[in-house]
Design a protein around this ligand. Structure first.
Ligand code: S5P
Length: 250
């Protein structure tokens, strides 16, 4: 088991928070401001560094300082999806040098186990999350794909921390949980307090539905970052996620 799992579980228990916030914001400065505001309420902050207009190598350093002070992990949602050699270059190099600073990264298993090897080759400190399901309507993920992804994870449990799973197909999510056991963490995006969808096919389900289906960590983006008061909203999601955790998991 990857020691990052233990660290994440400790953070979740200490902060009574299974909330990841997806900071899908194009300004580094605004993400840092958000992290200061909501850092106490979250276990993980998820970034997409390639959407930043103003990325510099200072950004991950500043975010790390806040993460250490407020006790949360940094998840760079890069969704690697190429041959082993290419992903090792993408993970370690380029402008972002993700391997230097991310606690968590993710990858598609569609290309097979070589992607795990390619990422592991240059890994310094990150844990890998495999996408076993996705949330958009009409996606091509199947139960068979999800369960094969779990097999890859089990064969690489030194590095793989868990899965992205969707509560829009809770029966598959439940199977992932059963087959994966408790040595992996499941992260579920597509979460809002009011279920529904956006205008680009994103599906939303409630924290309760995701956690009942076996998720460990809920990922909330616009439900929090687009709110008038993100810290107030983050507290609502933290409380809802934790309540569901107490109801269904502990
Ligand atoms: O299947 C997925 C996987 C991911 S990581 N569906 C997703 O929505 N995500 C990410 O979660 C997505 O890239 C975005 O950063 C976040 C959801 O944002 P929201 O604003 O829809 O809550």
């Amino acid at each position: 088991m990857n020691p990052i799992i233990t660290k994440l579980r400790e953070i979740i228990a200490a902060k009574k928070s299974n909330l990841t916030v997806a900071a899908d914001i194009s300004s580094a400065e605004k993400i840092l401001e958000l992290a200061e505001k909501i850092g106490d309420k979250i276990c993980v902050l998820k970034t997409h560094v390639d959407i930043l207009d103003d990325f510099t190598s200072e950004f991950p350093k500043k975010l790390r300082e806040i993460a250490d002070r407020k006790n949360f992990l940094i998840f760079e949602d890069r969704k690697f999806a190429d041959i082993g050699n290419t992903v090792s270059l993408q993970f370690s190099g380029g402008i972002y040098k993700i391997a230097e600073w991310a606690d968590l990264i993710n990858a598609h298993s569609i290309v097979g186990e070589g992607i795990v090897d390619g990422l592991r080759k240059v890994n310094k400190k990150s844990g890998l999350i495999l996408l076993a399901q996705m949330t958009p309507e009409g996606n091509l993920f199947t139960e068979d794909y999800a369960l094969k992804t779990v097999e890859i994870a089990k064969a690489n449990s030194d590095f793989v921390v868990g899965f992205i799973g969707s509560s829009d197909k809770p029966e598959i999510l439940r199977k992932i949980r059963q087959v994966a056991g408790d040595d992996f963490m499941i992260f579920t995006p597509g979460i809002k307090l009011a279920a529904g969808c956006d205008d680009l096919g994103q599906t939303y389900n409630t924290p309760e539905k995701a956690i009942q289906a076996g998720t460990d960590v809920i990922i909330v983006g616009r439900g929090i970052i687009a709110a008038e008061d993100p810290s107030l909203e983050a507290e609502k999601y933290r409380a809802a996620g934790w309540e569901a955790n107490l109801k269904f998991k502990i």
